[in-house]
Design a protein around this ligand. Sequence first.
Ligand code: FES
Ligand SMILES: [Fe+2]
Length: 415
Amino acid sequence: MDSSPDYSRLIQSDSVHASLYTSQAVYREELEKIFYRGWVYVGHESEIPHPGDFVRRNIGEEPVILLRDRKGELRVLKNRCSHRANLICSDGKGNAKNFMCPYHGWVFSLDGQLLDVPYPQGFSRDKSESGLVALPLVDSYQGFVFASFNAGAGTLDAHLGNAKQVIDRAVAMSPVGRIKLTAGWVKHKFYANWKMLPENDTDGYHVNFVHASFAKVLRSHYDDAALQAEEDLESETIDWGNGHTELNLGPSYKNEMVWLGYTDASRFPGYVAALEQAYGHGRAHETLRAGPPHTVIFPNLFIAEMNIVMFEPRGPNECVQWHTPMLLEGVSDDLNERILRQCEAALGPAGFLLADDGTISERQQIALKSGNAWLDISRGEQREKEGPGDIRVGHVTDETTNRGFWKHYRRLLSR
Ligand code: FES
Ligand SMILES: [Fe+2]
């Protein structure tokens, strides 16, 4: 049998080996040690507000159903029949009283118990031992639901660590502190390793190159945040620990609501008033100026300013990215419509950013195909600063975020 790859050799503090993006053995270990042993993002409570509501998701390559049971509790069930392992649920979302397997009609309750076996005389087993597998850990933070197959994964609180304050900043964009993911999801397949998405999403160095055509034709908040001369850029890269990373663009913004494409907040007086009422004048206007976070929550959630993105691995050379706008509770339909339009323009099928980032990731996968190269992630090592609570802060063009991702990855894969 092949021995496990030597991660302490393949992941150095300033470089990583190409095989980490191409090897089937590495990929299998990632599924085991990251996606099946740790906490993984599965959905948002606003997607399943009522008892019986469910959405179909994947954790790693395992199909699961995230649902709200009759009592209103969140549950994640394996989407696999306990009879001969057919997919129980094929709808992307819906409301159900129970789930019936389409193959031989076994019926399961919302908490996974086997309720009925058609033609029962031939089935001599105890029904209570043939339920659907329920994931032992399901928890949510600010409505973001995470789950784990591993009862020993520790608490969600410990997994999120410093990143909780980043999630707090996202939901504080709403005057009632709640977001809703109700616009539906768009999925894109990339012929690239899944790790290229979190790595690229908090890489502030590529914006001037990969998105050059966008930057030429449109004025956007990235002009201030990522497109100035090196010494004029005030944005930051942050390694929050546990693989969570951020491009902190807020320090570059001079005016309120530039993050939504405006030069001031006068277009939305109701929103300004509601934020002031909820959080006080000072904090409300700081939120209006600094905007939402641009942050990756390890391993598969990207809070992409006013968008929510999920990553799904599909083998070493393929992944799927899901996205939806981060709509706000307690604001006008006009504002949510503007958020939806920005989401379409950035990440939609004809969006400005998605095709650029997808293409650059696929080019990288082609160039790495031999699995025999080293990637340099040393940029900014010499000027990175240590922040409170062990966080690392770098210049927006620095690879502080890549190093943060890989440091955590190495810890998990070396176990
Ligand atoms: S496989 Fe589900 S009832 Fe047979
Ligand atoms: Fe990009």
